[in-house]
Design a protein around this ligand. Structure first.
Ligand code: 3UK
Length: 517
């Protein structure tokens, strides 16, 4: 599926996902449910136009970046679509990270304007003065402090806005992706990419239609949530429930019972947490659901089976990446092969290759390569990483896979040391570097270890300066220390004190030996 066969050369994707509903007479139809409010498609159109005009008034022009540190709330929709409509490039970032991460995003992207949901200022506020190219900050949903109020600027802007004459191949938005070493990489996505994901996975695998209502526990700042809760429903005029809070099992059950969506999207860790809620099937009515989706990390067969037994609905596992934007290998509703990642999504091709790029015999494990027209153009200012990742129309995901005789793809781990924890990247190197900052720690190595649900969580092996300090209290202190210094979801769930770490002759930690322990 090539977008160039379907879309005109001049194409602004905001007109497709936002304006089209108004020009086709669906402006009064409900689009987003947010707290107790309903935003119609007309309201989203109005908000995007006003936000686009407000950004322009602050000097944001075509190709300028706008950093978005936004909760799943109206300011996300207004900024994302408004920026795209004026030809600017919004960059939604993970709201669970630390101030130093935000400073890196601002400086790497050279964003001129940042839009920040007020509650997130507690973390981000301190570093805003350290980004030399940042000119304005808009604060949404609370006191603006010394900055500008999003609502005030947007409220006084015009609701009329013509889309900038972008190409279908212009940069539309970026998403940052973490790697095992070095800083996160900005994956540059083009105007046609979201259209491709909507036409392929959303329409042909999920079968989404106007009568669907989606709830995604994965937030809009993830590529996964951006599709699920954002542009998938907007592709067809469906409804979406926005939830700006932390998605706890109880909270998610409440949303499902109250809003009665037809499609629910989560990650394996959340499904496991929901299965641990006693009598949930008696307390909450989930009968509105026609399909549940899982991605972010492999869904263990056990979770698939228990969920279907208790709630009478299937979980469809599929793998996506930030670089490919959404899911490209997936099970199909009612034809799931539990434990596998399913088959290629229509419009995508997948092959498994050896380290020289040659296809491996069926059944053998190799590197996954994927071809599809939603793949990023490149990593911003990371030419070497781009070359390691893109091979013409193909992209190497960094995952090991095998294919069975029926063509189903089976996940076999990562090619690097990266961990997926609750569907979010954790770099062992970053956690190790943080542990070493503690005065009692000499050395540390972090690997993934399966918990009782067979889901991977970080485990740390720590060498202390004074072996006699090895106590349970110190282990707890180290966990708290990591939670304090870097994004809290990265902390090691288990700490084991050891006298030394297995290393190569050149001094590199042999994580595979620790994994085998
Ligand atoms: C891993 C999976 C096994 C795999 C994502 C849906 O997760 C998403 O994007 P990220 O960039 O991470 C990509 C990596 O995560 N992974 C994701 N899903 C699965 N491994 N089974 C799965 N079902 O290592 C992959 O390379 O955070 C998920 C839609 C869009 C996405 N960007």
């Amino acid at each position: 599926m090539d977008a160039s066969d379907h879309l005109p050369a001049q194409f602004n994707v905001a007109t497709w996902f936002v304006d089209r509903h108004v020009t086709e007479g669906r402006g009064g139809a409900p689009a987003f449910h947010y707290e107790s409010r309903v935003l119609t498609y007309g309201a989203v159109f109005d908000l995007a136009n006003r936000t686009g005009n407000a950004l322009r008034a602050l000097g944001v022009g075509m190709e300028d970046r706008v950093l978005m540190l936004c909760l799943d709330a109206p300011e996300f929709l207004g900024t994302f679509w408004g920026a795209i409509k004026i030809g600017a490039v919004p960059i939604p970032v993970n709201t669970l990270m630390r101030a130093s991460d935000y400073l890196y995003f601002l400086n790497d992207s050279r964003a001129k304007v940042a839009v920040i949901s007020a509650p997130l200022m507690a973390e981000a506020g301190a570093i805003l003065g350290q980004a030399p190219l940042l000119r304005h900050v808009l604060i949404a949903g609370g006191a603006a402090g010394g900055h500008l109020s999003f609502e005030e600027q947007v409220g006084k802007a015009s609701a009329t806005l013509d889309a900038a004459p972008t190409s279908r191949d212009d940069a539309a938005f970026w998403l940052y992706s973490s790697g095992s070493t070095g800083f996160p990489k900005g994956a540059v996505h083009l105007h046609h990419d979201m259209w491709v994901c909507a036409e392929t996975y959303a329409k042909q695998v999920l079968g989404i239609t106007r009568s669907d209502k989606v709830f995604s526990a994965a937030k809009l700042f993830f590529a996964y949530g951006l599709g699920n809760a954002g542009y998938f429903p907007m592709a067809v005029g469906a409804q979406s429930v926005l939830y700006p809070h932390r998605p706890t099992p109880e909270g998610v059950f409440e949303v499902l019972a109250t809003h009665r969506p037809t499609i629910f999207c989560g990650v394996p860790t959340l499904y496991a947490g929901m299965l641990a809620v006693k009598e949930a099937e008696k307390r909450f009515d989930l009968s509105s659901l026609r399909v549940c989706v899982s991605a972010g990390e492999a869904l263990p067969e056990e979770i698939y089976t228990r969920w279907r037994e208790r709630f009478g609905v299937e979980i469809i596992d599929g793998i996506g990446t930030t670089e490919i934007l959404h899911i490209f290998l997936s099970n199909r509703p009612k034809q799931a092969r539990p434990g596998s990642s399913g088959l290629p999504v229509p419009g995508y091709e997948a092959v498994i290759v050896d380290d020289d790029g040659r296809p491996v015999p069926r059944g053998e494990i190799g590197n996954l390569r994927v071809k599809g027209d939603s793949t990023m153009a490149f990593y911003w200012n990371k030419h070497e990483k781009t070359k390691e990742t893109l091979f013409g129309a193909w992209i190497q995901t960094g995952d090991k896979y095998s294919q069975d005789e029926d063509g189903y793809f089976w996940y076999a781990g990562r090619a690097d040391d990266m961990l997926k924890v609750g569907g979010i990247w954790v770099s062992p190197v970053e956690v190790e570097a943080t542990l070493i900052k503690h005065p009692a720690v000499l050395e540390a190595a972090v690997v993934g270890k399966e918990d009782s649900d067979r889901l991977v969580k970080p485990q740390a092996f720590v060498v202390l300066k004074e072996p006699a300090d090895a106590t349970a209290a110190l282990a707890e202190e180290l966990k708290g220390f990591v939670k304090d210094k870097i994004a809290p979801y990265k902390y090691p769930r288990w700490i084991e004190f050891v006298s030394d770490l297995p290393k190569t002759a050149t001094g590199k930690i042999q994580r595979f030996k620790l994994r085998a322990r």
